[in-house]
Design a protein around this ligand. Structure first.
Ligand SMILES: Cc1ncc(COP(=O)(O)O)c(C=O)c1O
Length: 416
């Protein structure tokens, strides 16, 4: 009997389950010929703003558009420097460049892989100077003003926002959250003594609805959330050729709208998001049970007490990552690497002048991280098989850093 493969991501089953409702959205669009804008977009925007706890949500064409429009609408200007992390998808920095700014980097935290607030502090205190006359912060090397910081809630895990927001306030920086991988993740603000949804903490935030995201469209889509009505108004103009009234263009904008069919689909899927996210958290807990005692060799995701992660990705860390990935592929188990080459070492950013060694935490992680299958419908048996294969790999490779005995006891205990 042929063993069924376990995909890295299953996008077929959830759509099969919702097929009737999703097809009805398309029929509604055909009947009304409302393909762009209209009530489906407005309806989704209202629902997603409520979900995030923000006053506004503006649907746009993609997550990349969302980051770019949020930066521009919040006031980032050509020639500015915008600080982010090297461990993110290139869209974060593409959007910064498209806004006319230069991306710059600070290293990530060893355990969460998100922006390390201490590194941001060091960057601002050591690599920047404050102009005595204007109070603006200038990057000494680039001689340009640093005006914004983009923390990325990577893998569905919130960045540590309290210290980032404090630093931003102290140095007069805008904070634009890249929440493209973290729909519904929550952060406990020690400062305000309350839980907050990602997307509701910076001046504005960007979401992607690329199909594989926790909330994914059946095509492209994105959104900007913000409590700032003026930023929302500007994003609405930027997404629609700079017009608030048809053919009256106050500025040059873009064709960056969320289309109605995608909005209607997202509105339906949004009703399931909390349950889907909880299922992902359950899967993460189960991985932790199965693999927990091997954690010295196989580092599992770390969720600080102030975070409720939504596990867009389940990322483990292991020294012989490439061999393990090959072993799992041979067993029919799909995995991914997010991301194999840090942005400061990408050819596209050679002009920034960074070299290997500049962001050691990110570089170390990039060589060892592996994303295991993670989606709401991942089954117990599938997880047992994944864990068992990690165990097999450990025993077959004596040089392996995965401890076979530790894994064995866990897999047996939980597959009974
Ligand atoms: C962290 C991050 N930022 C931005 C984006 C861009 O989103 P999109 O692909 O919808 O343009 C993505 C999408 O993968 C992402 O993961």
């Amino acid at each position: 009997m042929q063993v069924q493969s376990i995909p890295f991501l299953d996008l077929v089953t959830p759509h099969r389950d919702l097929e009737e409702e999703l097809v009805a959205v398309f029929k509604r669009a055909l009947e009304t010929a409302g393909f762009v804008g209209g009530p489906m977009v407005a309806g989704f925007e209202q629902d997603f703003a409520r979900f995030c706890g923000t006053r506004n949500c503006v649907g746009v064409g993609s997550g990349t558009d969302a980051v770019r429009f949020a930066l521009v609408a919040a006031g980032v200007k050509p020639g500015d420097v915008v600080v982010t992390v090297p461990n993110t998808f290139i869209a974060t920095t593409e959007a910064i460049t498209q806004a006319g700014a230069t991306p710059d980097f600070v290293d990530v935290d060893e355990r969460t892989y998100n922006m390390d607030p201490d590194q941001l502090r060091r960057y601002l205190q050591v690599q920047c100077r404050v102009d005595g006359a204007t109070g603006r912060v200038y990057n000494k090397r680039l001689g340009r003003p640093v005006t914004a910081v983009v923390p990325v809630h990577l893998y569905g895990q919130p960045a540590d926002m309290d210290p980032i927001l404090d630093l931003a306030e102290r140095f007069g920086l805008l904070v634009i959250e890249d929440a493209c991988q973290a729909h519904g993740a929550e952060y406990f603000s020690r400062k305000d003594n309350s839980w907050k949804k990602v997307g509701a903490m910076g001046r504005a935030a960007a979401f992607s609805f690329y199909p594989g995201k926790n909330l994914g469209a059946c095509g492209e889509g994105g959104a900007v959330t913000t409590n700032d009505d003026e930023i929302a108004r500007k994003v609405r103009m930027l997404r629609d050729h700079g017009q608030a009234q048809k053919y009256y263009h106050d500025l040059e904008g873009y064709n960056g709208r969320l289309d109605s069919v995608q909005a209607g689909i997202l509105q339906i899927k949004l009703r399931h998001l909390t349950v889907w996210n909880e299922k992902r958290r359950e899967r993460a807990r189960r991985y932790q049970e199965l693999l927990g005692s091997a954690e010295q060799e196989l580092r599992l995701p770390y969720e600080p007490s102030w975070a409720k992660a939504v596990y867009h990705l389940y990322v483990v860390r292991v020294q012989n990552r490439d061999a393990l990935q090959k072993h799992l592929a041979e067993a029919g188990i799909g995995t991914g690497i997010h991301y194999p080459i840090p942005l400061h070492l990408q050819e596209a950013y050679a002009h920034l002048g960074y070299k290997r060694g500049h962001f050691p935490v990110c570089e170390g992680a990039a060589a060892e991280i592996l994303s295991l299958p993670m989606y709401p419908g991942l089954g117990d048996e599938q997880q047992d098989r994944i864990a068992q294969n990690l165990l097999d790999f450990g025993s077959a490779n004596t040089s392996s850093r995965i401890s076979a005995s530790a894994l064995a006891s866990n897999v047996t205990a939980h597959s009974a």
